[in-house]
Design a protein around this ligand. Structure first.
Ligand SMILES: Nc1nc2c(c(=O)[nH]1)N[C@H]1C(S)=C(S)[C@@H](COP(=O)(O)OP(=O)(O)OC[C@H]3O[C@@H](n4cnc5c(=O)[nH]c(N)nc54)[C@H](O)[C@@H]3O)O[C@H]1N2
Ligand SMILES: Nc1nc2c(c(=O)[nH]1)N[C@H]1C(S)=C(S)[C@@H](COP(=O)(O)OP(=O)(O)OC[C@H]3O[C@@H](n4cnc5c(=O)[nH]c(N)nc54)[C@H](O)[C@@H]3O)O[C@H]1N2
Ligand code: SF4
Ligand SMILES: [Mo]
Length: 692
């Protein structure tokens, strides 16, 4: 029996797992002992990776829809040619802006490299990723506050912190191994700020049931009170930050009496929260989608960063303003996808940086795309406006996950060419495409993923591919060759080639990985960036900002703040309830294409879309548990949901797991102004009981 250590490619913890293999079959999956992230533990999704393609497995050959609507399987060579010819026909006819791509935070660093080089540099296409639906807010917040998209923490900070504050994060469900690290810490208080009593709130010492999307008011109010109490780290503020005096002035308009009613909290509750922060010696703040997905999300994330800066809770063990990442390689997508920044980071319009990247890739500077992509929402809008005609979707399922998802249904009908590259041919997006490119699952792929604490780890195949099966990397390479891109055909033959190009791009950048060889990551503890050539690895837990230096020009972090805006989604008489959404259970992953293959997850998961409803609202409406109701949204759509009672949701709020396609039928097209991340967490809805 062979043992292969590889990374879990679901969530951004990137647990390592040992796959035991016999006769090209995975016999068992055991969480890797001694791996610093998960040390012998994992959740159900990780140990079930062997189940992929056990029940639903596409034909290994590309599938092409013919003019009469019938489907035809073609050889890979024909498939590559079909993709290349049709993409180029559309590009020639309508121009380079008529071709776009959507990728994901679930591809490897190497796949980002080759796809980003082909699509952005060679074809000059717009390509955004589902990272826009997830981490864009944190990325923008980090860049503006710290000078680079660099989350500074190491996961061990969870074990060293005495005051752990989760804001809009539910790690018990969404990041179970992160939560297990919290549980290991015996000397801590856990505080949760979430409108609903989530699974994490249930396990916390303090829970503040904040009114939806009022975090900014709360955080400014807390900052003001900390200033009033002089609970500040003056030395840190003076030496390492900018704009504190303006910030102090600004937040003086948010006394507790003013913010308490905005947040739906009692004044005493806010005072208690302030007291907990003041008394904490090592306070860490952790946020996820409850903050990132909002109409003023970037400023809310920065309001958390401001609290850490003013109290000096950053760059020290057990502290930090820490953004929890979602997907296994969302961090990789942020720095290596060539979408919103150059490979390895840096602006497209910075000539010096462009020259470095061109040199690292061994190409002329003129080949490097000179502008960021248009964001996801604009890609969909441009399809619906008839400007984008071809879309290549890789490793994401937007027909289900895109906000106000009927607009994506519309887009699918408008497109002349929809290419979908997925491990399943029957997803809501792939089942209707013109060309379907079947990729093998992670257990047959190799490459690198980067977790939320900047740790690179190896994905290595535990199974051999069958004869006609292809990896995502091979598919990209095949299409690039069919497009006649000699640079890629000759120099990007293997994932290792792509890794080396990406590594070269990071030289002297904050995410410098020039000290890592591709093979170093195998059977390793993973390596956190930065790791420069010549450095010696002495510690498995490294955090940034320990010297108080940030990545801005003057090395100081910025206090960034702005007037609170009115939420564009308002409750009205017609739509008097809030629909909140997010992760339902540990076993269910997003659009459920993969986790439907884990029998104990599939059997336990409700079959029908459902909402959590407070029993008193249900009583008022004459609704019984398990009744079916029609929920209509101010976006003009409606869908049926089963009602599950839950006394932890606010009385005028419902919570819908995003794992059901009905959920995003109801979410509105509202985005943060700076990150363009959708405000998924709030739809204004009404409820109509259905006759039983
Ligand atoms: N089992 C499982 N795990 C996953 C995933 C999965 O699909 N399934 N997906 C992964 C991905 S990609 C991501 S991004 C993460 C997401 O991880 P999380 O962000 O932790 O999960 P969510 O359930 O989306 O949202 C977290 C909480 O935000 C709260 N919230 C809603 N509105 C507000 C608000 O206005 N203010 C505050 N303070 N809180 C609010 C919600 O009630 C919810 O409890 O999970 C990752 N892990
Ligand atoms: N209402 C609401 N909507 C949300 C959210 C929310 O909180 N509320 N959260 C948002 C967030 S944070 C996220 S990240 C998105 C996630 O949304 P999606 O990215 O659309 O969800 P997934 O189900 O993870 O889709 C991944 C797809 O890739 C395929 N796949 C898996 N592995 C591979 C592989 O190795 N190669 C290829 N080619 N394909 C593969 C899967 O079969 C699946 O079809 O949803 C967003 N939508
Ligand atoms: S916690 Fe995340 S990385 Fe670890 S096994 Fe579960 S899904 Fe995979
Ligand atoms: Mo996500």
């Amino acid at each position: 029996m062979k043992k292969i250590q590889s990374s879990c490619n679901y969530c951004a913890i990137d647990c390592n797992l040992d796959f035991y293999v016999e006769d090209n079959r995975i016999v068992k999956v055991v969480p890797t002992k001694g791996y610093p992230v998960n040390d012998g533990f994992s959740c159900i999704k990780g140990v079930s990776l062997d189940k992929q393609h056990s029940m639903y497995k596409p034909s290994p050959l590309p599938r092409v829809k013919k003019a009469d609507g019938t489907l035809e399987y073609v050889s890979w060579q024909e498939g590559y040619k079909e993709v290349a010819t049709r993409l180029m026909e559309i590009r020639t006819k309508y121009g380079e802006d008529s071709v776009a791509g959507l990728s994901t935070g679930q591809m490897t660093l190497e796949e980002f490299g080759i796809f980003g080089h082909m699509m952005r540099n060679h074809l000059k296409a717009n390509v955004d990723g589902n990272t826009r639906l997830c981490m864009a807010t944190s990325a923008v917040a980090h860049k503006q506050s710290f000078g680079f998209d660099a989350p500074g923490f190491t996961l061990n900070d969870l074990e060293l912190s005495d005051t752990i504050i989760f804001i809009g994060a539910n790690p018990v469900v969404a990041h179970p191994i992160l939560w297990s690290r919290v549980k290991k810490n015996k000397n801590k208080k856990v505080i949760v700020i979430d409108p609903r009593r989530s699974e994490t709130a249930k396990n916390a010492d303090h829970w503040y049931s904040i009114r939806h999307k009022s975090d900014l008011a709360l955080l400014y109010g807390v900052a003001n009170e900390l200033i009033r109490l002089d609970a500040l780290d003056h030395d840190f503020i003076d030496k390492h930050t900018n704009h504190f005096e303006e910030f102090k002035q600004f937040v003086s308009q948010y006394p507790i009496e003013k913010v308490a009613p905005i947040c739906g909290l009692k004044e005493e509750e806010i005072k208690e929260l302030v007291d907990l922060i003041q008394k904490g010696e090592r306070v860490s703040f952790w946020w996820t989608m409850g903050i990132n997905q909002g109409y003023e999300a970037v400023r809310s994330a920065q309001a958390i960063i401001n609290l850490a800066l003013m109290t000096g809770n950053i760059g020290k063990p057990g502290t930090g303003a820490n953004s929890i990442t979602g997907q296994s390689n969302a961090m990789g997508s942020r720095v290596f996808s060539n979408t919103t920044g150059l490979f390895g980071g840096g602006d497209f319009n910075n000539p010096e940086r462009r020259a470095q990247v061109a040199k690292a890739l061994g190409v002329e500077e003129s080949l490097i795309i000179d502008r960021p992509t248009i964001p996801y929402n604009q890609i969909i809008e441009n399809i619906n406006a008839g400007k984008i005609k071809a879309l290549w979707v890789v490793c994401t399922n937007p027909r289900h996950s895109w906000v106000n998802n009927d607009t994506f249904r519309e887009a699918m009908e408008k497109l002349e060419l929809l290419i979908v590259q997925d491990i399943y041919g029957d997803t809501d997006t792939s089942k209707q495409c013109h060309i379907y490119l079947p990729a093998v699952a992670g257990t047959k792929k190799e490459g690198t993923v980067i977790n939320m604490e900047r740790r690179l780890s190896a994905l290595r195949p535990s199974l051999k591919k069958e004869e006609e099966e292809r990896t995502d990397y091979e598919i990209f390479y095949g299409v690039a060759s069919a497009l006649g891109l000699k640079d890629i055909e000759e120099n990007w033959k293997t994932p290792k080639d792509a890794f080396n190009f990406m590594r070269a791009c990071t030289k002297n950048m904050p995410d410098d990985i020039t000290g890592i060889e591709y093979e170093d990551l195998e059977n390793s503890h993973g390596i956190q960036w930065p790791f420069r050539k010549g450095e010696v690895l002495t510690d498995d837990q490294r955090r940034l900002y320990e010297d108080g230096n940030f990545f801005t020009a003057d090395k100081r972090a910025n206090f960034v703040f702005e007037e609170i805006r009115e939420n564009p989604i308002q409750l009205t008489k017609e739509y008097p309830y809030v629909l909140n959404s997010g992760r339902g259970t540990v076993g269910q992953w997003h659009t459920q294409t993969r986790t439907r293959e884990i029998p104990i997850v599939a059997d336990a998961a409700p079959k029908m879309a459902y909402v959590l409803m407070h029993p008193s609202l249900a009583k008022e409406k004459g609704i019984a548990e398990n009744d079916i109701v029609e929920i209509s949204s101010s976006n003009g759509q409606s869908a049926d949901f089963e009602v599950h009672f839950h006394d932890g949701v606010r009385e005028n709020e419902l919570f819908a797991p995003m794992h059901y396609i009905e959920c995003n039928l109801l979410t509105p097209s509202v985005y943060d102004a700076y990150s363009k991340e959708p405000s998924y967490k709030v739809a204004a809805v009404n409820i109509k009981p259905k006759k039983q």
